[in-house]
Write a protein that binds this ligand. Sequence first.
Ligand SMILES: [Fe+2]
Length: 450
Amino acid sequence: MRLTRRQLVIGTPALLGACAMSVDSGDDTATPSLPSPAPERAPEPAEWTPPGTEDEAAFAWGLQSGDATAGAVLLSVRSTHTELTIVVVEASGDGWVELTRQQVTRSDEAVQLEVTGLQPDTAYRWVVLGPDDTRSRIGRFRSALGPDGWRVIEIGATCCLGGNEPWPSLSLAALADLDLFILAGDTVYADNAVALEEYRGYWRAALSTEGLRALTARTSIIGSWDDHEVGNNWTAETLAPGQFDAALLAYRESLPQRAGPTGGIWRTLSWGAVADVYVLDCRGERAAPDQYISAEQLTWIKEQVSASTARFKIIVTSVPISDYFDMLGTAQIDDRWQGYPAQRDDLLTALGSVPGVLWLGGDFHMGAVASLDPPGSGGPAEGQWEVLVGPAGSTLNVLAELYEDTTGQFPVLFAAWNVTRLRLDPGTGEVRVTFVGDDGAPIDQILLML
Ligand SMILES: [Fe+2]
């Protein structure tokens, strides 16, 4: 592992000044003309201690929360027990008050429910009670910011968990009490699965592995998928009847999530005035020879991001959108946006000049920060950045170490297992990106000005 510590500031001062005008201080007369840091998150109360004893065996697959909004969250739990009670408590002053207590009967792989009535930007804890005073471990999540919510937010992200169990970087990320965590695809490598029970087997193994178990208990997840949740480089022609639906069900019952506008994976999660998070589905809607995402998805992402009033627009793309031609030529070009140049050009022409856009890509088994188009290339998105997250466990891509970056397109480029942490300050437009390795030390970091 190459260990370097740098701190770079990259951005466009003119853009930064323009964006500062959109600061919502809650008082129109006080709108600053210069960037000023947004407030930090208020501390959470001391830990909540529920009654009962943790039964690790009965709740071996942990707790999952997903797609938190300002008023609701999706919870998911597996257990050997059938009759369960889910308790959610809400931060109030220095302590916790019970928000809801629901008895549920597990009739399938997982119990999932949506808890509503949350307060925006608030801390929650939850636990699942079994019989005889037993319980799960304690879960934590935060509700999203309300429409005017304005503070620094901290996000974690990674992808590609194909080895290196128990994923130490995930356990470390769990300790950071993040606002949310993005799993950008290839969370499982279910390449030999066809039937639902086979897919579920892969997910049970992943969810019960300590890194993921610790992480999903400690923050809500926004999940996307790449190919391995269904099958390696799958296409519609390579799947058996029913296989796609089995893979999709197993995925959704493991990483609870909302259906997008057409029922698919692509969707938006809002974190107030600070960030809109857009999850693309770069695998499920491909159609040869030139469709990477459906026309509906392409129109949606262009319109939504262009119209967003959030300070940051985070676009999760499981496969990179940056121009990797100098590094990779045309090798495996189908596995990145460049293999679909018409749609890539269309998308970047529409979004290339939208301020505050940050792309989060995965799949390449290397960490990177990349200018979407090489500096000086004249490409439509020369001024935008993609943070390539992961891998947390898959085979490391040695190209990251071998490649000589002569254009300055990749201010960060390395091959090591990691979780990416992003600290977004909507007041200054700063995004501090830190890649944290399995030993907890920063592998690299950079300060982007968006
Ligand atoms: Fe992968």
